[in-house]
Design a protein around this ligand. Structure first.
Ligand code: ASP
Length: 340
């Protein structure tokens, strides 16, 4: 029997066309076989599914994550793998969110898209779709993860970041190697794959949107920090710090953070650097944050930090101790295990 893949279309440049002003806008993709007749030659069978509303991924929300997850959940037993066509702008957020939503995953879910629409001669979409489908259909490769495929590389979804608004190699995973590379043949690194889920699949669908990202910069004022930390109904903050997790040591900053923590707001420290890790207390400039109870996010990406916090607060709203504990360790390979 032929292997089977489900191709889920959510929108993004890959399927866009130009409107009368010349701007790119989402367009239904029911003509995929006209755009990509090569698909008829694939040795596996492909079914397609288009979300009710197709979007530029700048409009992505947790409700869409749930829609995507439910399409896959309902058809999970019918396919060997899944490919999600998605806009590049927030693809790394969706890949991270889906990685947390699917517990005990035993099949590949691969997100891909393109920098140029499929209707354009030089499109990168053709290669990206065909490779993603091939990887998702390949029972032998057995990649039981949410991944992101772009320009010849298969990345762990929750380790990837959009790097370029211009280049075809638009994504990268700075803190974790790619899982596979496309050349004449695919070369896989199976020792890096997450273990295959052996228990029944669980799909978690609750996200808490009451979180904020506080990006530090030299000269940031108490007014700005307090405005963010004082937002109504705030439950969590991802604070983007300098270097290996450093922040101002001035008393107004530490007091503002301490007040937020006393109000039950969880604070996760991630670095503004693309590569490397938060190491709490490596410098004096992170010791106070450690002392007052800010959680070190190690080498997690901002995209994974934001979606993990939304997911944990949405899933365990009454168990902040558990949320705090989960934020400090990897759940789906999104951060490196502590050395000690
Ligand atoms: N704005 C587009 C989107 O994210 C960009 C792309 O797909 O490359 O939907």
């Amino acid at each position: 029997m032929k292997n089977k893949v489900l191709l889920v279309y959510t929108g993004g440049t890959i399927g866009m066309v130009q409107d009368e002003r010349g701007s790119l806008k989402p367009f239904p993709m029911d003509h995929i076989y006209d755009l990509l007749p090569e698909l008829k030659k694939c040795p596996y069978s492909i079914d397609t599914y288009q979300l009710d509303k197709i979007i530029d991924s700048s409009n992505m929300t947790p409700d869409f994550w749930v829609d995507i997850a439910e399409v896959i959940e309902k058809r999970y037993e019918d396919y060997d793998g899944f490919v999600v066509l998605h806009g590049t702008d927030t693809m790394a957020y969706t890949a991270s969110a889906l990685s947390f939503m699917f517990k005990n995953l035993s099949k590949p879910i691969i997100l891909t898209g393109s920098q140029l629409p499929m209707g354009v001669l030089r499109t990168d979409g053709r290669e990206n779709i065909i490779c993603a489908l091939e990887l998702a259909s390949c029972r032998e490769a057995f990649i039981p993860e949410v991944c992101l495929f772009f320009e010849n590389h298969l990345y762990r979804g929750n380790r990837s970041t959009k790097l370029s608004a211009e280049n075809f190699d638009a994504f990268y995973s700075f803190n974790f190697p790619s899982l596979a590379k496309a050349g004449i043949n695919f070369s896989f690194k199976p020792h890096l794959f997450l273990p295959k889920g052996t228990k029944p699949l669980e799909v978690r669908k609750h996200f808490d949107r009451n979180i904020a990202v506080l990006k530090l910069f030299p000269g940031i004022t108490p007014e700005v920090v307090n405005a963010i930390l004082g937002a109504e109904n705030l439950h969590g903050v991802v604070v983007e710090t300098f270097g290996s997790g450093n922040a101002p040591t001035e008393s107004w900053f530490i007091e503002a953070m301490e007040n937020a923590l006393h109000r039950g707001i969880l604070v996760l420290n991630v670095t503004q650097c693309k590569a490397g890790s938060v190491v709490m207390c490596q410098y004096e400039a992170s010791c106070e944050m450690n002392r007052i109870g800010i959680i070190g996010g190690r080498d997690i990406t901002l995209e994974a930090a934001v979606t993990k916090m939304m997911y944990l607060l949405g899933t365990y709203p009454d168990n902040l101790e558990h949320v705090r504990e989960c934020l400090s360790r990897p759940l789906r390979g999104e951060m490196t295990e502590s050395a000690c």
